[in-house]
Design a protein around this ligand. Structure first.
Ligand code: EPU
Length: 339
């Protein structure tokens, strides 16, 4: 366990915001985590569990304890007919895991290539991109209860996954520290090329092999999404809103061109990026807070923005989308601190 005091959060949030935290604890083993939560050790509340910091907006210094799960190692667990089970510690960088699965010839996670963040956050918000959602590959999630330090393993069903959500973001928020995630992957890889230009992108590279799908995804991401190492951002700031078919048809009559997607619930998902662009925000900049010039769903920090600058810009965007489309945008990014 490593305990740091008075620590800069800048390297710990992909917006690159300069705030301080009282205490940060790097936890490397379940034994250490248990000691933190069964009362053996004391620490200052509130507690914030931070992964790669790729989905968080700090709006001020954090006066409490930040827990950084540093559980490492990718493990090959077992081989079952055409499948393999692999697991990864919560502190493993997500894309390192994806790269490894692709190298090993295990299919499933390749469309989720290039997503910033660590494995521990992956089930919490059920990451998704380019026609894949991680919930379809997770078999179980091992955790430690933050109330008594006991191990609890959640089955896929118990995680109650939804679009960018799970039980860990809702009823059990803050109650469990994810330590290890288990994935069921395919030995008979079947490419999923249904998303927009993915098929063409893969075609250009040759055969639809696991490796080519990964390269194609990374190419598409690089064209549209800013690299947080270069421009601070946290990916999509808002979720794509889900509305009933009736509402979607009504909107389409007034706004021809509005991209609509089927949602598994039978409702329709609207492209928030398109709506934000229609409101004139794409490429907008107020001081150092901005709307990405190639993807209006992504808010960026050009260098010296504050969390409040970004939050205020997001609220202006939310209001203008509400005024124009009568649709509420819900944040995907978690806001921490007073606003
Ligand atoms: N669009 C615009 N203008 C924009 C942005 C998008 O017109 O500025 C249109 C696009 O042309 C397209 C549609 O909106 O017709 C959807 O855009 P895109 O495919 O870029 O994806 P998205 O819906 O904006 C979602 C995820 C991303 C994920 C991509 C690709 C959410 C909130 N975001 O974005 O995930 O990478 O699909 O699958 O669901 C993230 O969660 O942080 C994230 C980046």
């Amino acid at each position: 366990m490593r305990i740091c005091r008075n620590i800069s959060l800048k390297p710990y949030n992909t917006f690159g915001l300069e705030y301080m935290a009282d205490t940060m604890i790097h936890v490397r083993t379940e034994k250490e985590a248990k000691a933190l939560f069964n009362g053996e050790l004391s620490w200052k509340k509130p507690l914030l569990i931070l992964g790669g910091g790729s989905n968080i907006l700090f709006t001020g210094d954090f006066s409490g304890t930040i827990l950084f799960p540093a559980f490492s190692r990718i493990k090959f667990e077992e081989h079952k007919n055409e499948h393999v089970i692999v697991s990864a510690g919560a502190g493993v960088e997500w894309d390192k895991l994806v790269e490894w699965t692709v190298r090993m010839g295990f299919g499933g996670l390749e469309n989720l290539s290039g997503i910033p963040g660590n494995v521990g956050a992956v089930p919490v918000q059920n990451i998704g991109a380019y026609g894949s959602e991680v919930k379809d590959y997770i078999t179980k999630v091992r955790t430690i209860s933050t109330t008594d330090g006991k191990v609890r393993v959640f089955s896929n069903d118990e995680c109650r996954f939804g679009y960018r959500t799970s039980v860990f973001k809702k009823s059990e928020k803050g109650k469990y520290l994810v330590t290890r995630v288990y994935f069921k992957l395919d030995l008979n890889f079947k490419p999923n090329l249904n998303y927009g230009s993915l098929n063409e992108e893969v075609d250009r590279l040759g055969q639809p092999t696991l490796r080519n799908v990964r390269i194609a995804i990374i190419n598409i991401r690089q064209r549209k999404l800013p690299d947080p190492k270069v421009i601070g951002n946290a990916g999509s700031f808002f979720k794509n809103p889900v509305v009933s078919r009736i509402v979607a048809e009504k909107l389409l009559k007034s706004f021809a061109g509005l991209p609509l997607f089927d949602d598994p619930s039978g409702n329709k998902k609207l492209a928030a990026g398109w709506m934000i662009e229609q409101c004139g925000w794409k490429g907008w900049r107020i001081r150092d807070a901005g709307v990405h010039e190639k993807q209006a769903l992504v808010l960026v920090n050009y260098g010296n923005a504050t969390g409040k600058d970004i939050f205020d810009l997001s609220e202006k965007i939310r209001i203008s989308v509400k005024d124009k489309f009568e649709v509420n945008l819900e944040r995907e990014v978690e806001v921490t601190g007073t606003i």
